[in-house]
Design a protein around this ligand. Structure first.
Ligand SMILES: [Fe+2]
Ligand SMILES: [Fe+2]
Length: 500
């Protein structure tokens, strides 16, 4: 593979210059490389959630292009003319077997030949364009086969149907192209997105992905619904914001602060409970507010007050909110540990509260009126989109950081907290002064989520992972398992009960 340095490629791509790569061959062995490459490019334009679909389609097209080249080398080897129909039908019958045979020497022969594959990408304002080409013309039979497939792909709804509909007698099982079509279509990409063309001894498969997959009008509607949802939420509890100003007043004594907090039994319980939580790992039990202030410090009390405010608006009795608090407690715990272990620049207290409140936006989303949720779902169904992780990202997922930020702003949260809420999935977009904490919460959130679902390692930023000495998926899992075990050992009985 010829490459001019990944960094330059990423820079050119993000600036809208076309970038190209050449391959002599392409097989499963090249997949991880391709996936990481595509991930870095997509990350540079903050569209990393497109990774799965772009990688799957490119992989399919590159394998096809390689097969086409091998086929030509094979025909040269057996002395048959690929453009002659009789020769073609005769040769193709044995090609599949030879292609599958690793010892046939075909792959080596391709390397020595002039056949190449080229991948070209171009990032434009409203779409990303992709070309995969090989330097050989298609023969009529191949063209015909592809057309049949594209037509059948337009009729089927899913792969099972495609399989029944498409019993190809030669070459591959023939589902690759159908898969490409289905993937693009199920992601809401419906028009003029895909074509294959053969001219001047070059065959090119082309596809494009619009950056705004949801029509702007619908996006605006969803946004408006979500904003109304935030608007309808209660303000930050007045009693807690009063306490916050007392805590932040330099003239307040510990005595004054604890007396004021203790005037409110609900908040007192919350402060003591959170001070005793696994997050702060205090020895023995903290029994009073003044003890909490002395042992975990005023900065932590301040953060606890923010969390207590959020908890009063999003109470645990809602089971979906409870799920998020559970995830939040584990993320907070992991953030603190990660900052201690691997990221000394990150401020520990900020990591803990950031971990605890990073998904504030998700709490908003799950507590929205069922009516509003239904409206959003109907809007999505209109688009026939089934590709779940992808849809979640473009409709709800991508919004939760924005919604969280809007609520945090409404509630007058300090800037550092707002940064974490807004950038915990893309720390590279945060302000330099809060980068260390955003990166820490980013990794902690990923680790905490590993307990529920597998993550695509390639989508994660390798530079940030490296700061935490994580190079492989296995290392990530090992660290996550280790921390969550520590968490469950340290969690107070009450905390366990609350979160179970
Ligand atoms: Fe999140
Ligand atoms: Fe999260």
């Amino acid at each position: 593979m010829i490459s001019s340095g990944l960094d330059i490629e990423i820079k050119n791509f993000s600036q809208g210059k076309p970038i190209e790569r050449q391959y002599f061959q392409f097989s499963e062995l090249d997949c991880p490389n391709l996936e990481n490459y595509v991930a870095s490019l997509l990350r540079s334009i903050s569209l990393e959630f497109l990774l799965e679909i772009v990688f799957t389609v490119l992989n399919e097209l590159l394998v096809n292009a390689f097969k086409a080249n091998v086929k030509r080398v094979y025909f040269e080897k057996i002395g048959k003319n690929i453009f002659n129909k009789e020769d073609y039908l005769e040769g193709i019958a044995n090609f599949r077997e030879e292609f599958g045979d690793l010892n046939s020497g075909l792959v080596d022969a391709v390397e020595k030949s002039n056949y190449r594959i080229q991948l070209k990408l171009l990032n434009e304002k409203d779409k990303i364009r992709f070309w995969v080409s090989n330097n050989a013309s298609m023969v009529d039979e191949e063209m015909e086969r592809i057309n049949t497939r594209l037509i059948s792909a337009s009729k089927v709804k899913n792969l099972t149907e495609a399989y029944q509909d498409n019993l190809d007698s030669y070459e591959s099982s023939g589902l690759g192209l159908v898969l490409v079509q289905l993937l693009l279509r199920n992601s809401g990409i419906t028009e003029n997105f895909f074509s294959i063309r053969s001219e001047n001894d070059i065959t090119t498969a082309y596809f494009e992905i619009p950056k705004e997959i949801i029509p702007l009008e619908m996006k605006e509607k969803i946004r408006k619904i979500l904003l109304d949802g935030v608007e309808g939420l209660p303000p930050f509890p007045k009693n807690i914001s009063n306490l916050l100003s007392i805590v932040n007043n330099k003239n307040s004594t510990i005595q004054k602060i604890s007396t004021e907090i203790e005037k409110d039994p609900g908040i007192t319980v919350e402060v003591i409970k959170l001070s005793n939580s696994a997050l702060f790992q205090v020895q023995g039990q903290i029994a009073s507010v003044s003890e909490a202030i002395k042992r975990i410090g005023l900065r932590n009390i301040e953060k606890i007050l923010y969390a207590a405010g959020a908890r009063s608006v999003f109470p645990l009795k809602n089971s979906r909110v409870k799920e998020i608090w559970k995830h939040a407690s584990l993320s907070a715990f992991m953030s603190v540990h990660l900052s201690q272990l691997r990221n000394p620049h990150a401020r520990k207290e900020l990591c803990s509260i950031g971990g605890l409140l990073h998904d504030l936006g998700r709490m908003v989303l799950v507590t929205l009126d069922t009516y509003l949720i239904e409206v959003i779902n109907n809007l999505r169904e209109d688009r026939l989109m089934n590709h779940s992780s992808f849809i979640e990202e473009i409709t709800l997922g991508a919004n939760h950081t924005e919604i969280g930020l809007i609520l945090a702003t409404k509630w007058n949260f300090p800037e550092e907290l707002k940064e974490i809420i807004a950038h915990h999935h893309r720390p590279w977009q945060s302000k330099q002064s809060f980068l260390a904490e955003c990166e820490t919460v980013y990794i902690a959130d990923i680790m905490a989520n590993l307990q529920r679902k597998r993550t695509n390692f390639a989508i994660l930023d390798p530079n940030i992972l490296a700061k935490f000495s994580i190079k492989t998926y296995e290392q990530l899992v090992e660290m996550a398992d280790d921390l969550s075990l520590k968490f469950s050992k340290l969690a107070s009985e009450e905390e366990k009960e609350e979160l179970n």
